[in-house]
Design a protein around this ligand. Structure first.
Ligand code: S3P
Length: 430
C-alpha cells in the first residue's frame, strides 16, 4: 500500500500512545512462564507483540486479549507443551531471540520461522551463547532462520562476556539462566536496555566500564500485574514532528523514561529541542512522565558512541531531525543498524539519494548535509516500520508530494500511527 503524505502546518493537543514494545514482549513471556494468572495492562497491540502472543498460545498458554489488556494463564516451570507446528515470529527479532533462551530449556524440539526480513537477520549471535550453555540449536548455513532448538540433556550456567551491545542476546542468555540453580552471568560492556533485568528483579553489579547481570531459578517469574508505559520509540516520531513544525505544542502522556531508553530526549534537548518533562513519577518499577514539546530551532551536535545502544531504534527519526537541524548531521559507531528490520544505513541513504539530500555513507553510519531537493518522490520503506514512519514525518514537515511504499509495515509497532497524527494535526488549507 502506498501512503501519500500531506504537509502538516502545526500540531496541537495531547496523545497517549500505545504501550512500549520491548516491555510488552517481555510481559507476555514472563506471564506465560509464571505459574498462574497474570494481567498485562496497556500492552502494545501490534503485529510484533501479536507474534509473541501467538508463539505462547502454540506452547499451550491460554491468553485472553482485548484492545488494551491481556490475561495470561501461565504454565509454570516445565509446563509448556510441544507446539504442533513451527513458531512463527513474523517480523519480530525480539520474539525470536528472547524465546530461544526459553526454548533452549524445554524438553521438546521447536522450530522458529519468520517473514522475509526476519529470515535474513543474524541468529548465531543468540545460538552461540546458548550452545555454550549446552543447548542444541541449528540455524541454516547463513546463521539465519529457520532455527531449530532441540531438547538438550541439561543446560549449564555460564559467564557470558557479551561482545555485541544487544539486549536481545543478553535477554536470551538470562532467560535460559532462569532454568538452572547455579547463577548465569552476562557481562555487558555497553549499556543496553534493561527491561529483562528490571522486570525479573535480577541482581546487577556495576563496575568501571561494564556491568554483570545474574539470573538463576530463584528469579523464575511469578504471576503479577504488568502496567506498560507508552513507548518512547513511538513517541520519538511525534516529538520530532512537533519540534519541526511552527506554532506547535504537543503533550505526550505516560511515556517510558527508563534511563536505558531516554537518550533520544536528551539528544533532542541538547540540539535545542524544547521538551519539558512533567509529572515525572514511577509506575510498576519504571520511570514515566508526560512530555510537553514545543516548536524549536534545532542544531546538530556530536552523538557519542556510548549513547548508540540507548537510541538504536530512534536513529531513523533522529536522522530526520538532523536533516532539518542547522549544521551537518553525523551518526557513526552504529553498524548494528545494518542488522535491524532492514539495513537501516542503506535504507536511510538510498532514500536521501532519491530526495536529493547530500549524504555520505559509511560502514557504521552516515552524514547528511543540505535539504530535500526533489519533489514527488516515492520513498522505499524496505518493509521496515521505522523507515516508513521516519520518512512519513519528513513528508509531513516538508510537503513536496512524498509517498511511502509498503506503508502497512507500520503495524509492526504502531498500527494506529496515521490516526494518532490526524488527532493532533492542523493541515494546510490549499
Ligand atoms: C530490543 C532490543 C534492541 C532493539 C529492538 C528491541 C529488545 O535490539 O533494536 O527493537 O526489546 O530487547 P538489540 O538489543 O539486539 O540491538
Amino acid at each position: 500500500m502506498i501512503e501519500k503524505i500531506e504537509k502538516i502546518n502545526s500540531v496541537n493537543g495531547e496523545l497517549t500512545l500505545p504501550g512500549d514494545k520491548s516491555i510488552s514482549h517481555r510481559a507476555v513471556m514472563f506471564s506465560a512462564m509464571a505459574n498462574g494468572k497474570s494481567t498485562v495492562k496497556n500492552y502494545l497491540n501490534s503485529e510484533d507483540v501479536n507474534s509473541t502472543i501467538d508463539c505462547f498460545r502454540k506452547l499451550g498458554c491460554n491468553i485472553v486479549q482485548t484492545e488494551t489488556d491481556l490475561t495470561i494463564d501461565g504454565k509454570g516451570f516445565g509446563g509448556f507443551t510441544e507446539p504442533i507446528s513451527n513458531l512463527d515470529a513474523g517480523n519480530s527479532g525480539t520474539t525470536t531471540r528472547l524465546i530461544s533462551g526459553i526454548l533452549a530449556a524445554q524438553n521438546f524440539d521447536t522450530t522458529i520461522i519468520g517473514d522475509v526480513s526476519l529470515s535474513k537477520r543474524p541468529m548465531k549471535r543468540v545460538a552461540d551463547p546458548l550452545l555454550q550453555m549446552g543447548a542444541r540449536i541449528e540455524t541454516n548455513d547463513a546463521g539465519t532462520l529457520p532455527m531449530t532448538i532441540f531438547t538438550s540433556e541439561e543446560l549449564k550456567a555460564i559467564e557470558y562476556d557479551m561482545q555485541i551491545a544487544s539486549a536481545q542476546i543478553k535477554g536470551a542468555v538470562l532467560l535460559a539462566g532462569l532454568h538452572m540453580d547455579e547463577e548465569t552471568v552476562v557481562v555487558e560492556h555497553s549499556r543496553t536496555r534493561n527491561h529483562t533485568e528490571t522486570l525479573l528483579g535480577l541482581k546487577v553489579e556495576e563496575f568501571e566500564g561494564y556491568r554483570k547481570i545474574y539470573s538463576s531459578k530463584k528469579n523464575y517469574p511469578k504471576p503479577k500485574e504488568y502496567i506498560v508505559p507508552s513507548d518512547i520509540s513511538t513517541s520519538a516520531f511525534f516529538i520530532v514532528l512537533a519540534l519541526n513544525l511552527e506554532d506547535s505544542e504537543l503533550l505526550l502522556k505516560d511515556v517510558l523514561l527508563n534511563e536505558t531508553r531516554n537518550g533520544i530526549i536528551k539528544i533532542l534537548q541538547q540540539m535545542g529541542g524544547k521538551i519539558k518533562i512533567e509529572n515525572a513519577r514511577e509506575s510498576s518499577g519504571e520511570k514515566i512522565g508526560d512530555l510537553r514539546i514545543f516548536s524549536s530551532k534545532l542544531r546538530n551536535i556530536e552523538i557519542s558512541k556510548a549513547i548508540i545502544p540507548n537510541i538504536i531504534d530512534e536513529i531513523p527519526i533522529l536522522s530526520i531531525a538532523g536533516l532539518f537541524a542547522e549544521g551537518k548531521y553525523a551518526i557513526r559507531n552504529a553498524k548494528e543498524l545494518r542488522f535491524k528490520e532492514s539495513d537501516r544505513i542503506d535504507a536511510m541513504c538510498s532514500n536521501f539519494r532519491k530526495l536529493g539530500v547530500e549524504y555520505t555513507e559509511y560502514d557504521d553510519g552516515f552524514t547528511i548535509d543540505g535539504n530535500v531537493i526533489n519533489e514527488n518522490i516515492l520513498i522505499e520503506s524496505f518493509d521496515d516500520h521505522r523507515i516508513a514512519m521516519a520518512f512519513t514525518i519528513l513528508g509531513m514537515i516538508v510537503g513536496k508530494g512524498i509517498s511511502v511504499n509498503n506503508f502497512e509495515s507500520v503495524a509492526v509497532s504502531n498500527p494506529e500511527f496515521i490516526k494518532q497524527v490526524n488527532v493532533i494535526s492542523v493541515k494546510k488549507i490549499t
